[in-house]
Design a protein around this ligand. Structure first.
Ligand code: NAD
Length: 266
């Protein structure tokens, strides 16, 4: 059977860990050539070395215009073009008991990585895709934190909501170049980023959030297990492939059904 991404070139930001890493592995298994873009050099280099000459690691801070231009240039130089840009890198912010206690120095950092990063990735990739005349695919990773309100992590929530609106708007703008833009909205996925118990400004609160997340699986999440990075990677594969060719501007929940029902009356 033909591989889903045979002949395609992809950049995956945040590709050294979690959802990004699972997607790198799946895309390569499905025939793509992949540039792994991340700030973590060691795991990024190790992953590229394991995958061989169909993958390359490039140290990239997604919030740097220079870095994002350089990683797009590398994809073109090394692999001859760019078909898929997966703007997946993201960071969380510290957990505080209330917005009134939020440290606003988190704000710039989180917005730069979670919003400016995908904007730079989209602009630089889309310029190459438009020029090629072949179009392309841009995929962004938002979060249910961008669609559901909640007390903790307001900066993160705001950044992920902004990303959804940016995705939809850029889908409208870039359609004229044959570029599809879609947004994946994961729920609770087992990765470094979601290990609340181990980080946060207030470790008691972080532990309570972790407890709350676990309770959600057993209550209003319809599929009663935590998501795994591969669950999201498979959706990214479909969205990157020609099988989703009639989809753009879509916002796709991959969250075990946790946002489907009313948690009080379902
Ligand atoms: P992760 O921490 O395992 O991976 C994130 C990767 O992004 C890391 O390798 C990290 O080094 C990289 N990164 C961070 N800042 C960067 C920067 N400035 N430039 C380049 N790379 C950078 O976490 P993950 O859960 O796999 O996160 C991937 C995406 O999924 C994020 O956008 C996150 O917000 C989103 N998400 C995660 C969950 C979850 O429960 N894990 C839920 C919803 C959405």
């Amino acid at each position: 059977m033909a591989k889903e991404l045979a002949g395609k070139v992809a950049i995956i930001t945040g590709g050294a860990s979690g959802i990004g890493k699972a997607t790198v592995e799946l895309f390569v298994a499905e025939g793509a050539k992949v540039v792994i873009a991340d700030v973590q050099d060691e795991p990024g280099e190790a992953l590229a070395a394991k995958l061989g000459d169909v993958a390359v690691f490039k140290h990239t801070d997604v919030s740097s215009e220079t870095d994002m231009q350089a990683v797009v240039d590398l994809a073109v130089e090394r692999f001859g073009g760019l078909d898929v840009m997966f703007n997946n890198a993201g960071i969380s912010c510290g957990a505080y008991p209330s917005f009134l206690d939020d440290k606003l120095d988190d704000f710039d950092r989180v917005m730069r990585v979670n919003v400016l990063g995908p904007m730079l990735g989209t602009r630089n990739a889309a310029r190459v895709m438009a020029k090629s005349g072949k179009g392309g695919v841009i995929l962004n990773t938002s979060s249910i934190a961008g669609t559901l309100a909640g007390m903790a992590m307001m900066t993160y929530r705001a950044s992920k909501a902004a990303l959804i609106q940016f995705s939809k708007s850029s889908a409208i703008d870039l359609a004229q170049h044959g570029i599809r833009v879609n947004c994946i909205v994961p729920g609770h996925v087992r990765t470094e980023l979601s290990s609340f118990g181990e980080k946060g400004a207030d470790s008691d609160l972080a532990a309570r959030i972790e407890e709350g997340v676990n309770a959600v699986y057993l209550s209003n999440q319809l599929i009663k297990r935590r998501g795994e990075p591969e669950d999201v990677a498979h959706v990214a594969l479909f969205m990157a492939s020609d099988k989703s060719r009639h989809m753009t501007g879509a916002v796709l929940p991959v969250e075990g059904g946790v946002t489907v029902g009313d948690p009080v009356n379902h």
